[in-house]
Design a protein around this ligand. Structure first.
Ligand SMILES: *Cc1c(COP(=O)(O)O)cnc(C)c1O
Ligand code: SF4
Length: 332
């Protein structure tokens, strides 16, 4: 018998983004959870729920401890943990132009927009002043001139928000401009979209990335093996077959992935999708997210146990970002 594809399978990525759940109550209803698990203080309110269907359907209904749910559900803990700051990485001090950060030699990070396809509760940019970055309106001219004028910059990292929330046409225009600067030899895209809405990996996008003059590196963000279903695997396969280097970064999160079995499975699952683990980040101490923090000693033990179980190339580098250093700081 032929089965009809579900509506979800026919929707474009833009539709899936538009139809994302943006409200805690609705999230509880869909996942059959009691009101008591939802926080409603000022932290929860300042960073509203945002989660599209393709991600939601990987969450087990009725389970308040589902590792994917915990990444998106504002919990009462958010307002209980008032340590941490609004800008833990001191990002405002490293701007070459509004929205262009240069902390390290050879590479600069362009905050292309403030839009994400999902709101992760532990996000270190949950208080970033996106509204005052000109990138909010797609005007990159000042940043592009700053890149043009700094002979040290050879790699540009597109970050956000999430650069893949831009349309293919906007991404194409930005790549055209970056490509015209001869010195730029790598373009890196930091994105969670291949995980959150795999339909975002359109053949037009893949085609444009393949034809970019600089090498393109896509760094995805995945914290738990349950985030990777068949659709995600297909999307990553498209990028991989096109010859794009694929890396993953994760954040070490209490109650979500702070366990050696989970992290081992994650590395193996990523590898089957053509992705190598890159960084495992110690949580940045951002206000409202401190209940996710794992003690560094525990993180070091976890990574030691990954080293004992996995080939070296499947062990992520456990790092912390300490403002003022020349690179991310290795922890163990
Ligand atoms: C993390 C980061 C980078 C990238 O660092 P890599 O170690 O090359 O991955 C670049 N610029 C800024 C501002 C960053 O925060
Ligand atoms: S996708 Fe990245 S930038 Fe956006 S909320 Fe999640 S962690 Fe933050």
């Amino acid at each position: 018998m032929l089965t009809e594809p579900s509506n979800l399978d026919r929707d474009t990525w833009q539709t899936q983004l538009r139809q994302a759940v943006r409200n805690g109550r609705e999230l509880l209803e869909i996942l059959q959870l009691p009101d008591s698990v939802l926080g409603s203080g000022p932290e929860a309110a300042s960073f509203p729920v945002f989660a599209p269907q393709p991600y939601l359907r990987r969450i087990q209904a009725g389970n308040p401890n589902d590792p994917l749910l915990l990444q998106i559900l504002p919990k009462p803990d958010e307002d209980a943990s008032q340590t941490g700051t609004a800008d833990p990485l001191d990002e405002q001090a490293f701007q070459l132009a509004p929205g262009l950060l240069k902390k390290y030699q050879g590479r600069a990070l362009l905050v292309v927009n403030g839009r994400c396809a999902i709101h992760c509760r532990y996000c270190f940019r949950r208080h970033f002043p996106y509204d005052t970055s000109p990138q909010a309106t797609g005007a990159w001219d000042d940043s592009l001139s700053a890149i043009q004028n700094d002979p040290d910059i050879r790699e540009v990292i597109l970050s956000g928000g999430d650069p893949l929330t831009m349309t293919d046409a906007s991404i194409g225009r930005l790549l055209d401009k970056l490509e015209s600067i001869d010195r730029i030899c790598r373009i890196r895209i930091h994105t969670r979209l291949p995980i959150v809405i795999p339909a975002r990996i359109t053949s037009e996008l893949v085609d444009r990335l393949v034809h970019a003059r600089p090498a393109v590196v896509v760094v995805i963000h995945c914290n738990h093996p349950n985030e990777i279903d068949a659709d995600v695997e297909r999307a990553l396969g498209q990028l991989r077959r096109a010859g794009i280097t694929l890396l993953n970064q994760s954040v070490l999160l209490a109650g979500i992935n702070d366990d050696a079995d989970c992290l081992t499975h994650l590395s193996e699952r990523l590898f089957r999708c053509g992705v190598l683990p890159y960084y495992l980040h110690q949580l940045d101490p951002v206000r409202g997210a401190m209940h996710f923090q794992v003690p560094v000693e525990k993180g070091i033990r976890l990574v030691e146990s990954l080293r004992a179980r996995l080939p070296g190339y499947l062990v992520p580098r456990y790092v912390q970002e300490i403002p003022g250093r020349f690179s991310k700081t290795p922890l163990g």
